[in-house]
Design a protein around this ligand. Structure first.
Ligand SMILES: Cc1cc2nc3c(=O)[nH]c(=O)nc-3n(C[C@H](O)[C@H](O)[C@H](O)COP(=O)(O)OP(=O)(O)OC[C@H]3O[C@@H](n4cnc5c(N)ncnc54)[C@H](O)[C@@H]3O)c2cc1C
Length: 448
């Protein structure tokens, strides 16, 4: 099969490339997958260090009940990952944990913020939801612009800023207001239709994260289940091979050139950075190139701590944010969800923050100081530590920036990954992009 012409070539074997490969193969296509690294999975992997199973960053998978990953699992997976409910999202302050306020009642009780600030936040929440279907332009503005008129205290700004970084990868000055509403479950990012407003209003009373989950065995299990569902003899994977050109002729896809070979195919699915696309294609239009260059990325720093024993401070099911600091974090004690991720009687917890332009050594030290201030008991119980610096999503959702469509400007070149669909986050966003690309392939008569 190596020398034959494949029905499709998939560039990149992260979760979006693997899900695309699975769908195409299950639709009867032969597929060549080319991955520049020596492993499959990209940012959706779990690996072992000193007996701990460490994910590529702390993960909570959103929208699992009726969302895009569930649809792909239903349509194409033969081996299905098992998800645990993610539990609650907590806020840590002065050694105590409180649930992140999602309803008006929870907000009223959220005494980490003074009463006046809680009233401000309630009014802002109602105002934003009311405007979702009436004045969408207002919600395209940043959450900072939206909240300015309420004059929140510096502590409230810090909370808003932390949530912005968590949901979009960027600060409150760059995060659109609709992203905060979508990420907190208040609106359906797919629609601004009025009938959804009633659903949003109900959320003021009853709102939770019941559709969020974490996969048994770590996030690798999503990648492994997808890989194990690919029909035999349909697909070839080439590792350690980098695509350096997508070959086109008269604006029609013809194949790819790698650092080792040339492969022909009439269909290419590209899942690398969209900002890199102009370097891979000759004569891409200037307007399209300019659009792609506007995409912004975020780097994140994760520290995994293996702990000699299970700490009382980290005994909950869920994850936590710590915001009243210059180095806010999001953390998840994953071994509480799946005890096999840590050796017996030990605990594994991942802490993640955003890095701007600081030197990483300095940032790592400051980050550790923050973590040890938040949970003092952690320091003397460290069994091992592991640092990761990663790009969680290939583009951050920022004000005024549009992502490219999964149908590119070149015939039969499709784009997937977390910089081709603005909805949700991470693996869910990657899944949305794959479903969109498949839809376009059906419209273009590539798939039945
Ligand atoms: C710290 C952190 C926390 C996260 N938290 C969450 C979370 O809570 N929930 C969630 O859903 N997601 C989360 N994510 C994000 C999620 O893991 C990623 O968004 C997702 O895995 C990205 O998948 P992808 O296929 O789009 O991209 P990638 O994983 O980046 O895959 C792209 C692949 O293409 C390959 N490639 C690129 N260019 C070429 C080329 N020219 N030739 C050959 N190969 C190429 C790359 O090597 C890579 O393997 C988190 C990620 C991190 C790092």
């Amino acid at each position: 099969m190596v020398n034959k012409k494949f029905d499709a070539i998939v560039v990149g074997a992260g979760i979006s490339g693997i899900l695309s490969t699975l769908a195409l193969a299950r639709e009867g296509k032969t597929v060549l997958v080319i991955e520049k690294n020596s492993v499959l999975g990209g940012n959706c992997r779990t690996y072992e260090i000193e007996g701990y199973q460490v994910d590529t960053g702390p993960h909570a998978i959103t929208d699992l009940i009726n969302g895009p990953l569930k649809k792909l699992i239903n349509d194409y997976f033969r081996v299905v990952p098992r998800f645990f409910p993610i539990g609650s999202y907590y806020v840590r302050d002065n050694g105590k944990l409180q649930e992140f306020p999602l309803t008006l009642l929870q907000l009223a009780k959220f005494d980490i913020l003074p009463k006046k600030e809680r009233l401000i936040m309630s009014s802002a929440m109602i105002d934003a939801v009311a405007n979702f279907s009436l004045n969408r332009e207002l919600l395209d503005k940043s959450i900072y612009e939206f909240m300015k008129k309420y004059k929140p205290s510096s502590q409230t700004w810090k909370l808003i800023n932390t949530v912005s970084y968590f949901l979009s990868g960027k600060s409150m000055k760059e995060t659109p207001t609709w992203r905060i509403l979508g990420g907190s479950g208040y609106v359906d990012e797919n629609s601004s239709h009025k009938k959804n407003q009633l659903k949003s209003l109900i959320k003021f009373k009853k709102n939770n994260y019941s559709s969020h989950g974490y996969p048994l065995g770590g996030i690798q299990s999503i990648t492994d289940c997808a890989l194990n569902s690919i029909p035999k003899n349909s697909t070839i994977f080439k590792l350690n091979e980098k695509v350096v050109k997508i070959i086109t002729e008269k604006n029609i896809t013809k194949g790819v050139q790698t650092d080792k070979n040339i492969y022909n195919s009439d269909i290419v699915i590209y899942s690398g950075f969209m900002t890199n696309l102009p370097n891979l294609i000759d004569n891409l239009s200037k307007v399209y190139t300019c659009e792609l260059e506007k995409l912004k990325q975020t780097k994140s720093l994760t520290i995994w701590f293996g702990l000699k024993k299970k700490l009382l401070e980290l005994s909950y099911i869920g994850s936590e944010i710590y915001f009243n600091t210059e180095t806010p974090y999001w953390a998840i004690p994953v071994s509480n969800l799946d005890s096999h991720l840590a050796p017996k009687n030990k605990q594994l917890v991942g802490f993640s923050t955003i890095i701007e332009n600081e030197k990483s050594e300095e940032k790592i030290n400051n980050f550790k100081k923050t973590i040890f201030t938040a949970i003092p008991n952690l320091f003397e119980n460290i069994d091992f530590e592991h640092v990761q610096i990663t790009v969680p999503e290939k583009a951050a959702v920022t004000t005024g920036v549009k992502f490219p469509s999964p149908r590119s400007t070149i015939k039969n070149l499709y784009l997937v990954g977390t910089d081709t669909d603005m909805r949700s986050m991470g693996i869910t966003r990657a899944s949305h992009s794959v479903i969109e690309a498949l839809k376009f392939m059906r419209e273009d008569n590539i798939l039945d």
